[in-house]
Structures are given as structure tokens and as C-alpha cells.
Design a binder for this molecule. Structure first.
Ligand code: ADP
Length: 374
């Protein structure tokens, strides 16, 4: 005798392993509707007699076939649990009373790789969405921080510019009052001195205003580029000469290429170098020296401005090209400026398809390297 896996509710044997045993049979009439119960009873008797455990593998196979017939193609494994308490609410399980103490057969409906495969796409989409949301939040925070910084820098710019304007205005007002009150008109020497002061102050103001207007002109693309062939050595010498009127001998052009001609916009090169030299002198002690070097390669030419000034810290270095950025020196306006020079220089270098690079060491000095296509 054997149980029949495809008919009996509980299969004890696989179809391949058939056990024989002797028994005495007596015929017994069983109502048709009682046959399943009798079958289960006999199966239970056998298991108890043979101390044979359930063939879970065969049972799993049958269960899968049954599910397949109903169109459910989920990999299922059946597992045995001794404690009924281990069955959770939504689990598929059945209680078996074959043994002395009841056991639970539980259908593990999903295997991990299957779960993984079937959930991979939604998981990936969710992951991407999370990433996108996180990225957007991060980007928004970056923009907000940038805006806040710009706002702070703009305020500083306004405070700087009003400070810069107030000083010459005070000088102009005082000398004007002096001319009016002390009858200076009758003293030609004094009159010349006061008007001289006024002219110098007005000239300085004019230069400052022009500098700011220049920046806006180039930034709004209203400036007409004027590329022509120039003698670089000559141009640099002129600029250096202009600076050396006040700062005698502090700026030197080291290597000389008097005859080489290049195509560029001389006005832009003048503005770039003037800004760099102005900074090199501004942010240094009195015994500073500034060296300018020119290098020519096959397709490029390079300008190197090295100063022995106070240098820029590593924290400030990446920010000095930002508009309105000034290295924080407390609330002192000891060195005048609007934080526009280097951002303007960077814009000009870019407009000439060049690159600007800076290296600096606090207490030692700063090197600006500019590279342009020939
Ligand atoms: P400004 O000079 O008007 O403040 P810049 O954009 O020209 O603005 O320079 C930005 C900052 O970079 C300056 O505030 C200054 O602290 C620093 N800096 C620029 N050039 C030098 C230099 N050669 N040596 C030391 N610090 C410099």
C-alpha cells in the first residue's frame, strides 16, 4: 500500500519510493463522502507506525503543481514549523495533527532571489526618485546658500562703495568751503593748491567710476572687442612704466621677447595686468617685488605674475574670483576695493579664450598664471 500523491491530501511517499508491508485486511464499507477522511486516517496511522516524517520535498512539488494549475507561478517552498505561534497573520499555513504534538506546514511564497528580481525595477525607480529628490533638495540648498552669500557680498559692496565715495566727497566739500570762506581767491598760491587737490580727487573718482562702468560694459557684452596684432613686450613695458611712476622699481619684467607679435585685445590685456599689479602692490608690504614673466609655446603664450606679498589662505583662494568677494580682514577697510577686480579679470581672460590659475602661500606671496591661445 502506498499513499497516492496526486489524490491523497497528505502524501507520505514520493511516487518512486514504494514500501511494502504485510497486513491483514478486512473489508469495510465506507460511505463515499467519508473516503477522504478514511484516507487521512490511514495516512496518519502509517506515519505514526513508521515514525516517518513528512516528505516536504514531494509535498512542495505537489503544491507547486497545484498552484500552477490555477495559474499561480510563484516559487513556493513548504517548511515545517513546530510551534503554531510562529505563524503570522498573513502567512499561508496549515496545521497538521499527525504527530503527538501538532505541527504547522507553512508555504513560503517567495524566495529571496525571486523577490529581488520582481522588485528590482520598482526598487530602482524608487531609489532614483529618492536620489532625484535628495539631489534637488541639495541643489536648492546650494542655490539658497549662494543667493545668501551674494546678498551679503552685495551689501558689503554697497557699504564699500559708499565708504569710498564719502572720503573724496568730504575732501571736495572741505576744500570748497575753504575757497568760499577764507577768501582764497585773492591768494593765487592757495587757490592753485586747493584746485589741485580737487582735480586729483575728481580724477581718482572718475577712474573708479570708469572702472566699474568698464566692468558692466564688458559683462553686458556691450564692449566691442578689438583684436589686433601687438608687440606684447612693448605693451607690458608701458603698463609697468605706468605703475613704476609711484612704485619705483617694484615691478620687473624678467624675460624679454622684444620682437614677438601676438593677436589679442590690448585694452583687455592692459585691464587684466593692471588689476593683477594693482592687487600685488595693494596686498603687500612696502618691500614687495613683483615679477612678470612671458612664456611662448607652440600654440599658446603665458603670462606669470609673481608677488612676494602677504599671500592668500587656502580657504579664500577658491573664492577670490567670485564677484564682490574680499578676503575678510575683520571690519577694517584698511585696503580699498570692491571685490570686483579678480572676477573682472577672470571674465576678461575667458573672453580671450584663456585660462587663469592662482597659487599662493600665506606670508610668502601669490602667483597668477594666465594662458592664452596664440
Ligand atoms: P579687491 O581688491 O577690490 O578687494 P579683487 O577681486 O581684486 O577685489 O580681489 C579679491 C580678494 O583677493 C582681495 O580682497 C584680496 O584679499 C585678495 N587678493 C587679490 N590679489 C591678491 C594678492 N596679489 N595678494 C594677496 N591677496 C590678494
Amino acid at each position: 500500500m502506498r499513499t497516492r500523491p496526486n489524490i491523497d491530501s497528505i502524501a507520505l511517499d514520493t511516487p518512486k519510493s514504494i514500501r511494502r508491508f504485510n497486513a491483514e485486511y478486512s473489508t469495510l464499507a465506507v460511505d463515499k463522502h467519508n473516503v477522504p477522511i478514511v484516507r487521512a486516517l490511514i495516512a496518519r496511522l502509517f506515519t505514526q507506525q513508521l515514525h516517518k516524517s513528512l516528505n516536504l520535498k514531494a509535498l512542495t512539488e505537489l503544491y507547486r503543481k497545484e498552484l500552477h494549475k490555477r495559474g499561480v507561478d510563484v516559487p513556493v517552498t513548504l517548511i515545517l514549523r513546530k510551534k503554531p505561534a510562529e505563524v503570522l497573520q498573513d502567512e499561508v499555513a496549515i496545521r497538521i495533527d499527525f504527530y503527538k504534538s501538532p505541527v504547522i506546514i507553512k508555504a513560503n511564497l517567495v524566495s529571496k532571489p525571486w523577490l529581488f528580481r520582481h522588485n528590482l525595477l520598482p526598487a530602482l525607480v524608487s531609489f532614483l526618485l529618492i536620489l532625484l529628490t535628495g539631489g534637488s533638495l541639495w541643489y536648492i540648498s546650494v542655490i539658497i546658500r549662494r543667493q545668501l552669500k551674494l546678498d551679503r557680498l552685495k551689501n558689503e559692496f554697497i557699504s564699500n562703495i559708499t565708504h569710498e565715495l564719502r572720503t573724496p566727497l568730504t575732501i571736495l566739500r572741505s576744500s570748497n568751503e575753504a575757497i568760499a570762506m577764507f577768501n582764497v581767491a585773492s591768494d593765487p598760491e592757495k587757490l592753485a593748491r586747493y584746485t589741485g587737490i580737487n582735480s586729483a580727487v575728481l580724477l581718482k573718482l572718475e577712474t573708479e567710476v570708469e572702472r566699474i562702468m568698464d566692468i558692466s560694459l564688458i559683462e553686458t557684452n556691450l564692449y566691442r572687442e578689438d583684436i589686433k596684432q601687438i608687440n606684447l613686450h612693448q605693451l607690458l613695458s608701458e603698463i609697468i612704466q605706468r605703475f613704476n611712476i609711484d612704485e619705483i622699481g617694484k615691478i620687473k619684467l624678467i624675460n624679454e621677447y622684444p620682437s614677438i607679435l601676438i593677436f589679442t585685445d590690448p585694452y583687455k590685456i592692459d585691464t587684466i595686468l593692471s588689476n593683477l599689479l594693482d592687487n600685488a602692490l595693494k596686498y603687500s608690504g612696502s618691500d614687495v617685488s613683483v615679477l612678470i614673466e612671458i612664456f611662448f609655446a607652440k600654440n599658446t603664450w603665458e603670462l606669470k605674475v609673481t608677488d612676494t606679498g602677504k599671500g592668500i589662505s587656502n580657504e579664500d583662494l577658491p573664492l577670490i574670483f567670485d564677484k564682490f568677494y574680499r578676503v575678510n580682514t575683520g571690519d577694517l577697510h584698511d585696503i580699498k576695493g570692491y571685490g570686483l577686480g579678480l572676477s573682472h579679470v577672470k571674465g576678461l581672460v575667458k573672453s580671450l579664450k584663456g585660462k587663469i590659475d592662482v597659487k599662493s602661500k600665506v606670508g610668502h606671496g601669490t602667483i597668477f598664471t594666465l594662458k592664452f591661445p596664440k
